[in-house]
Design a protein around this ligand. Structure first.
Ligand code: ARG
Length: 566
């Protein structure tokens, strides 16, 4: 679509005295397609040209009519409504989509540039929370979107593998735990020990001292403490990896918080040298009152460093070790202040890259409208959620398509896809609600609906056999409204990805896929494809193929699989 917008802009740039790029960006898609394919609001030119918008639109219409790819241009209420030359445009868009599927979305803006994206980052020996689930799903999608835009992206799992809680878990394990239970279900068992520690500590406060003692030993490198700590990490990771495998998510690096243990002194020293550290009730902090923020705590009163200090060290490390120009953090909105403080401190330390640090925040996830709280014992174990989605997908498939081969594999793709899509279809900052009936509804705005539409297109192509491979849109076939809606969407793939990447927002892709599905299903219901006469038949096969590729690619960008049959 970019080239059409540019040709429109070129036709009028001199008249309105603005750069082509700027005009191209002003071209809109009218909400009502009956008005035209594209529209240019003429209000912004009124002041400079000293004419009213209606008059301007009138005058520009004649030039725009001459532009490449334009069929007609009409002035209406200060807008210039533009219609494209359908057969030629369809031919170009559909055939290009088919001949280089890769170019459908592909942008190259990130060539030669590296971003580090911190996502998932669960805490060892604690349940993988829904917040971590959201982070995992959103981060993975952003990674794929940015790669599609040419970026080199390094995914980092910043595991919470250090802190006083490890002293407690070690103490609790030595009292009440056993090896076999931990091996069987590490997360549940380690969390059970942790919770029990807290419960018992209420009546026997001396337990807290024991926990502190074990953490101190761990810090001093005591072999027994270190062995247990390592083992807890290993077992927890094994459990987390099962979730990652189910979700189809991978990380380039696992670098836990403990990695920065020996890298924080340098940060503290630098802050001190630069005069940024002040004392505050026994702790050392960076005063941020000038920026309307509470102080950022760097060293606690007991001499231990905290979360923020580790993030400062981690940011430096990521910037240097990976040559990253952008640092992204996919973390819940409740940590907004933390990241504002960390980025501000980096800026005060003189780090240039601080302006390319982004907290990609997201909202809560509720289950059946209810907020989860670990404290009230409302823990949802992620494996259980995914497994239940898979089981229900399996039940639906058994009913809808009992003869399907590979039912288990497909049920997994559909169940997991349903959970992922539900998370990604709304703007990440909003809350999401999770209800099995809704996320698995094959007719709703769901993952299964998109997958099903993709499978439907695949099935048409399968039936056409080799004819589908060779099919190209024929310029002698004039697209009707249903076909045209699909062509217009295909032409917007590129700018859709651009918007998604610029706002770190996978929902842009999810909504694009939904629109494509709605348009395809309308087309599919009203038009014969295999039974149509030529040149409609070949053109429709080509269109179906382009749509199938666009859906497969959209699902891929979201981190969802696209089965050919379901
Ligand atoms: N482990 C942290 C938590 O569960 C999230 C870490 C996010 N990443 C970071 N660099 N702080 O809250």
């Amino acid at each position: 679509m970019k080239s059409v917008k540019r040709s429109i802009a070129r036709a009028i740039a001199d008249i309105v005295g603005r750069p082509e790029d700027e005009i191209a960006r002003m071209v809109e898609y009218p909400p009502n397609p009956a008005l035209g394919d594209l529209a240019l609001p003429c209000f912004p030119f009124a002041r400079e040209l000293r004419k009213n918008p209606a008059q301007i639109a009138e005058e520009l219409a004649a030039s725009v009519r001459q532009a490449d790819g334009v069929e007609s241009a009409q002035a209406e209420k200060g807008f210039l409504n533009i219609r494209l030359a359908r057969p030629e445009f369809a031919e170009r868009v559909v055939n290009q989509a088919i001949s280089s599927v890769h170019d459908l979305f592909s942008l190259e803006r990130g060539r030669g540039r590296t971003a580090v994206i911190d996502y998932s980052s669960p805490n060892i020996a604690k349940p993988f929370g829904v917040g971590h689930l959201r982070s995992t799903i959103i981060g993975h999608a952003i990674k794929r979107m940015m790669r599609e835009d040419g970026w080199n992206v390094e995914g980092v799992n910043h595991l919470g593998d250090w802190g006083t809680q490890f002293g407690k878990v070690i103490a609790a394990y030595l009292k009440w735990g056993n090896e076999e239970e931990v091996r069987k279900d590490p997360i549940k068992e380690l969390f059970r020990l942790y919770v029990r520690f807290h419960q018992e500590a209420e009546s026997s406060p001396e337990l807290e001292d024991e926990g502190r003692l074990w953490f101190k030993k761990l810090e001093e490198g005591d072999p027994e403490a270190t062995r247990l700590w390592r083992w807890f990490i290993e077992e927890s990771l094994r459990a987390f990896r099962q979730v990652y495998d189910l979700l189809g998510v991978e990380f380039e690096h696992y670098i836990g918080e403990s990695f920065y243990n020996d890298k924080m002194d340098a940060i503290v020293q630098e802050l001190r040298d630069k005069g940024l550290l002040v004392e505050d009730q026994g702790a050392e902090v960076v005063d941020l009152s000038a920026y309307d923020m509470p102080p950022c705590i760097i060293v606690k009163s007991d001499g231990t460093s905290i979360y923020a200090t580790r993030d400062l060290a981690a940011a430096d490390y990521r910037h240097k070790a990976f040559g990253a120009e952008a640092l992204l953090y996919v973390v819940g909105a409740e940590q907004k202040l933390h990241f504002q403080q960390v980025f501000k401190v980096l800026e005060l330390m003189g780090r240039d890259y601080a302006k390319h640090c982004v907290h990609v925040q997201f909202g809560l996830m509720k289950f059946n409208g209810q907020r989860l709280s670990t404290r009230r014992g409302h823990v949802v174990y992620l494996e259980d959620v995914l497994q239940k989605a898979i089981d229900e997908a399996r039940a639906i498939i058994d009913e809808k398509n009992p003869g399907l081969e590979n039912k288990d594999a497909i049920a997994r793709q559909v169940g997991v896809g349903a959970v992922i899509f539900n998370d990604l279809k709304t703007f990440r900052v909003h809350e999401v609600d999770f209800r099995y009936e809704d996320v698995l509804n094959f007719d709703g705005e769901t993952g299964p609906y998109v997958q099903y539409t993709h499978a439907r297109a695949s099935s048409v192509l399968r039936k056409a056999g080799t004819a589908a491979e060779a099919a190209r849109w024929s310029s002698t076939h004039r697209p009707d409204d249903a076909e045209w809606a699909l062509v217009m969407l295909l032409a917007q793939a590129n700018e859709t990805l651009e918007r998604a990447v610029d706002s770190y927002d996978p929902s842009v892709i999810a909504r694009y896929a939904l629109q494509m599905c709605h348009a395809f299903n309308r087309f599919y219901h009203d038009h014969p494809i295999l039974q149509a006469d030529e040149p409609a038949r070949t053109s429709r096969l080509a269109l179906t193929r382009a749509v199938r590729e666009a859906l497969a690619k959209s699902l891929y960008l979201l981190g969802i699989e696209a089965p050919e049959e379901m």
